[in-house]
Design a protein around this ligand. Structure first.
Ligand SMILES: [Zn+2]
Length: 100
């Protein structure tokens, strides 16, 4: 996963992958994702369009180490109302069909 770009959510920058990947799953509604954020060392993928979130693991992205409890509180506040969904894990062929 190549971390180059960032998205800005509520004035805070989050790194996003420049490569669309099925590695962490995609939003089942729109087959896309907005990025990820951390709550502590738990890594959540989120789709801001659909207000969906899914937990991908812990400590997968090292960025949490540079964040503070305040950041995690903000992240939590941001996604606590999001629906926890089962991400889709498309096959390579399906990803091609989606144009990703
Ligand atoms: Zn979505």
């Amino acid at each position: 996963m190549i971390m180059k770009e960032t998205i800005t959510v509520d004035g805070k920058e989050f790194p996003v992958s420049t490569e669309k990947s099925d590695y962490f799953g995609l939003c089942p509604n729109c087959k896309d994702y907005s990025g990820y954020l951390n709550i502590g060392k738990a890594n959540w993928m989120v789709c801001h369009d659909c207000k969906a979130k899914w937990l991908v693991g812990e400590d997968l992205f090292s960025s949490w180490r540079y964040e503070t409890e305040e950041d995690w509180e903000k992240n939590y506040e941001q996604i606590k109302a999001y629906e926890e969904v089962e991400p889709i894990l498309p096959t390579y062929d399906e990803l091609s069909e989606l144009g990703q």
